[in-house]
Design a protein around this ligand. Structure first.
Ligand code: UD1
Ligand code: UDP
Length: 353
């Protein structure tokens, strides 16, 4: 069969790489990049190191308002679906690229398959929450990473077929962990010792676009006694500059450009603790046995919190500081997201239509 995969943002390159490796053994895949992320370190680096082919096409959409960006992608994707005539359109996660592809496929009456279906934060102010709910309701095949995601979809009575597949990010980390040990020099490059630093990421709109929240997060990180490595998303750098927080952050933190996947996995693996508002990073820290402090009020990945490996602290300076100091997960860990064979399951399920 012919599958048209749509990606556009950093986490989607990583997820699609895991599935693509399996999918291309049995099927033809046409990979379309919307261009939502376009900086070398937000896009190209992943195609170079994750052993996936370059996109067949890049729509070059770039950054703009949500509506304009989604509309431009929708028009471009409709044209590609018409030309490629795929048997299925495969989408990942909850970005504007996901939603645009979901609408394009359903308008073209093409089978739509959604990887990472059924995730819910129940925070309707998050653009991602709207994207994932709409995509799930348009999808024909819903590949859910956990039992809870399946239950969420059943509760909403989605029309498509729901399958529990495990999480493709578990596959991604399994692929990358040992390779990162062999190939990444990032600890030496940054001059940090394993187990002696905090790794942080911040990019969620609710944190970056609110100066009070961003200040609280940066102040909490700056107060850390351990070194804090912050590979900063361009959105965060832009806001820090706008709010005149950048110089101070450069002085107090190890603020670096976003790093490639193997380097980032290595940094997560060796961190004493991770502080983040990223969805993917919460899970990767969990897979890599690194405790996580999540600077949000809620999470789609509740299993990591229930297991005692992740704590939700919002953007509260005192709560972040306390959680970073006290992080002490239990030794035992459940496996709510499968065991690293989600990509094979998804490929099997795409086969039986
Ligand atoms: C998007 C997703 C978010 C996901 C994140 C992954 C939506 C609504 N949000 O957020 O769910 O967690 O990607 O990283 O789809 N920029 C650059 N260079 C780039 C990309 C972005 O400079 O290569 C800057 C631009 O100023 C842009 C801003 O970052 O306006 C935000 O980018 P955008 O893709 O709109 O949203 P993200 O915050 O990256
Ligand atoms: N990541 C990376 N380099 C970085 C920061 C993150 O490779 O400098 C990877 C990380 O390992 C994870 C993914 O990017 O797989 C998470 O993406 P992001 O936090 O941008 O988005 P989210 O998961 O929140 O949608």
């Amino acid at each position: 069969m012919k599958v048209l995969t749509v990606v556009g943002a950093r986490p989607q390159f990583i997820k699609a790489a895991a599935v693509s490796r399996e999918l291309r053994r049995r099927h033809e895949e046409v990979l379309v990049h919307t261009g939502q992320h376009y900086d070398e370190e937000m896009s190209d680096v992943f195609f170079e190191e994750l052993a996936i082919p370059e996109p067949d096409e890049n729509l070059g959409v770039g950054s703009s308002s949500h509506g304009a960006q989604t509309a431009e992608m929708l028009a471009g994707l409709e044209e590609r679906i018409e030309r490629v005539e795929p048997d299925a359109v495969l989408v990942y996660g909850d970005t504007n690229s996901t939603l645009a592809a979901a609408i394009a496929a359903s308008k073209m009456d093409t089978r739509l398959a959604h990887v990472e279906a059924g995730l819910r934060s129940y925070n309707r102010e998050m653009p991602e929450e709207i994207n994932r709910v709409l995509t799930d309701h348009a999808a024909d095949d819903l590949f859910a990473p956990s039992r809870r995601a399946v239950a969420n979809l059943r509760e909403e009575s989605v029309a498509g077929a729901v399958h529990e597949t495990g999480d493709v990010m578990c596959d991604a980390v399994c692929w990358a962990r040992d390779r990162a040990v062999d190939r990444s020099e990032i600890l030496t490059e940054l001059g940090v010792e394993s187990g002696e630093y905090v790794l942080a990421t911040v990019h969620r709109a609710s944190n970056t676009d609110d100066p009070d929240r961003l200040a609280a997060i940066l102040d909490a990180l700056a107060a850390e006694v351990r070194e804090v490595v912050l590979p900063a998303h361009p959105r965060t750098i832009n806001r820090m500059r706008e709010y005149a927080m950048l110089d101070d952050a450069r002085e107090k933190l190890t603020l670096v450009d976003p790093v490639g996947y193997l380097d980032f996995v290595r940094l997560q693996d060796c961190a004493d603790v991770v502080a983040t508002d990223s969805g993917g990073v919460q899970k990767e820290a969990f897979f890599l046995d690194t405790p996580c402090v999540t600077m949000r009020e809620e999470t789609e990945w509740r299993e990591t919190v229930e297991a005692g490996w992740n704590e939700l602290v919002g953007a509260n300076k005192a709560a972040i500081r306390r959680a970073l100091a006290d992080a002490d997960p239990p030794g035992e860990k459940p496996q709510p997201y499968g065991d690293g064979d989600a990509a094979a399951r998804i490929t099997d399920l795409l086969d039986d239509d």
